[in-house]
Design a protein around this ligand. Structure first.
Ligand SMILES: Cc1cc2nc3c(=O)[nH]c(=O)nc-3n(C[C@H](O)[C@H](O)[C@H](O)COP(=O)(O)O)c2cc1C
Length: 174
């Protein structure tokens, strides 16, 4: 088992591609890739790792993507202990078509895993993003990495590269 577990949910395949790209940048030998739909049985799958990268696109109006819904609901009830776990969040959204709820899922994930004791790292400056509103901002920064394959796919590679640089402070990336 690699040191980092990357878990993602994806309805139309965008987050799946982003997750594969991120794993490719980090290296398969240190990062295992898991689809929430196909590979996730229960929270123990997450708790096997001390370092987690969690990918969740935003659907509905600022809601988490379907594959995360039930696991997050179960965790809210069972309250598994994530203290000692280091988590970084990423997820795509649509800053124009859904600019009032831009990447809201990241905020929901942040609140839930923080409440369970996790240390969430990898916040990102809002500079360079255009959107109307987002519930994924804490202390003036996004709680994770927002990506936008609908409007700004040309920025994705650089955004991922910059984020991985930030994560080096807290993740065993080298
Ligand atoms: C019906 C619908 C609702 C959406 N709601 C939001 C939203 O509230 N906020 C946002 O930033 N993006 C929203 N999006 C954009 C998706 O997050 C974006 O298309 C994402 O890339 C989908 O990722 P996936 O293919 O991995 O599921 C929505 C898209 C659709 C089709």
């Amino acid at each position: 088992m690699a040191k980092i577990g990357l878990f993602y949910g994806s309805t139309s395949g965008v987050t799946e591609e982003l997750a594969e790209k991120i794993q490719g940048e980090i290296g398969e030998e240190i990062c295992d890739l898991h689809s929430m739909e196909e590979d996730f049985d229960d929270v123990e799958d997450l708790l096997k790792y001390d370092y987690l990268l969690l990918g969740c696109p935003t659907w509905g109006a600022g809601e988490v993507q379907n594959d995360w819904r039930e696991p997050l609901f179960d965790m809210e009830i069972d309250k598994p202990d994530f203290s000692g776990k280091t988590i970084a969040l990423f997820g795509p959204g649509d800053c124009t078509g859904h600019g009032k709820h831009f990447v809201g899922a990241l905020g929901l994930m942040y609140d839930q895993f923080t409440a369970l004791g996790a240390n969430i790292v990898g916040s990102v400056s809002t500079d360079g993003y255009t959107f109307e509103k987002s519930t994924a901002i804490r202390d003036g920064k996004f709680v994770g990495l927002p990506l936008d394959e609908v409007n700004e796919s040309e920025k994705t590679d650089q955004r991922i590269a910059d984020w991985l640089e930030i994560l080096k402070a807290d993740f065993p990336l080298e």
